[in-house]
Every structure is written in C-alpha cells, then in structure tokens.
Design a protein around this ligand. Sequence first.
Ligand code: SIN
Ligand code: MN
Length: 270
Amino acid sequence: MLTHEQVEDYRREGFLFLPSCYSADEIELIRERILAAQQMPGEQVVHEKDAKTVRSLYGLHATDSLFDTLSRHVKLAQSAQELLDGPVYVYQSKLNFKAAFDGDVWDWHQDYIYWRREDGMPSSHVLTAALFLDDITEFNGPLTVVPRSHQKGVLGCDVNDGKPEGYEQQPTWIGNLTAHLRYTVERKIVSEMAQAHGLAAPKGPAGSVLFFDGNLLHASQANISPFPRRVLLYTYNRVDNAPAREALHRPGFLASRDASPLKISVADLR
Ligand code: SIN
Ligand code: MN
C-alpha cells in the first residue's frame, strides 16, 4: 500500500499524512454510527470539565462492528503494519469530539510514556492512526506536531498527579484522558524542539488520515470555532511489543488484553 518514500518520510518526520483516504460516503456511514456508540457504558465516555460536553469515547472497536471492521481495514491496519514493520493489534481506540465552541485542549505530550508508565509497554513500536471525521482547518483545533521530535525518545515531562479538578469521583486513570493531562512535556523542551524543527498541523477534508509515532510530541488547541472536529484514533501496537498481561491494570478499553495479530480486512465498509 505505502510507497518506500512514504515509509521513509514517516520514519524521519514521525508522521505521515494521507489526505482524502476515505470517501465522503464512507465518512457519512461512520458518522451515522456515532450516536449509537455514545450509548455505551459509562466509563468509556469521557466528558469535558463542564461535565456535559462529550470529549472522547473509548473502545469503539470492541463495541461496534463498523468500528471493528474499520480498525482492521487495509488502509489503516496494513499501513500501520508497514510503518511498524511487523504484525499489529489495536491497543486502544477512541473518538475525540473536540466539540464546536467547547472542545478543550490536549496539552503538549507524547503518547508512549503513558503506555510505558501505566501499562508497562516495552518499547515505542507503536503508532496512532487518526481518521478525520470532519474537515480540519486552522480554526477547529487541528492536531499539531513537532516534526522529528520522536527521534529523541521519551522527553522530560512534568507529572500532574492526582485527579483533575471536576473529575474527583472518577477512577485514577482519568488523569490520562482529560484536558489536564498527567504527563506533559516540559515547556523548555517543547520550545527547544519547536525552534529546531518547527510545527506542523496537517489539515484536510474529512476522510484524511494522519499516522503518528508513539514518541512524536503533539498537542491541540481548544476548539472555539462553531465547527466540530471529530477524529477517530486507532492505536496500533506491534504484536511483539505487547505489555506483559500481569502488568496491565487499566480497563481493557484503555489497554487491550488481546494481542493477537489483526486480520486485515479489504471489505467494503458498507
Ligand atoms: C491525542 O493526543 O491523543 C489526541 C489529540 C487530539 O485529538 O487533538
Ligand atoms: Mn496523544
């Protein structure tokens, strides 16, 4: 599927952007399933600090057949396999809503440190594929990355222990999922990295896909625009990088227990 240049690009820059990977019809089909998906069990639905705006839905691939098929779909799963150079499984899936007006920030962070510290994932042979479910512009909080930052491995971070304000009644792991993130990269390091490599915010129509390395430094601003910015994120982990079962304490919708290689699907999404 991917060309040699695309794989090289990804390895050097830490991300690969494929505009208009999925058609408007396919995206419409996915959007139609969101309402039903929102009915799922409580803890998998995370709200913004206002306690009413939905921020994220977790574990969709395990609760809905379309999101399962999509997680195994050739354009996402085979690309992930090629980029990670080995068979993969879905470690985590989530739909980030970044609601119009009220969708809050994701502060500067790397993903892998969460999976290492919380789940004991051995190495950063892991990536996330972000499928745009809305057109993403400079106005609705695009995912913003520091190119090449993954090359430095795990960066120094500030640890925000405890539960964020407004989430006191929730399990401890909620600190990984809110606008007040548990592990944020030190601002001094963010500044140095951005000065060295600049910033990139891939923008494009719904149906575009952004693959990014588990160690790529990234963030997104609040969405004060009147347009939603929904993104479906599948995290693919290399099968030989699965954490030991006994190290996993978080719920399965945050850290999958099933590390068997994905069976790639070439099926029509309909
Ligand atoms: C993430 O960092 O996992 C998602 C960020 C975003 O949705 O903007
Ligand atoms: Mn992230």
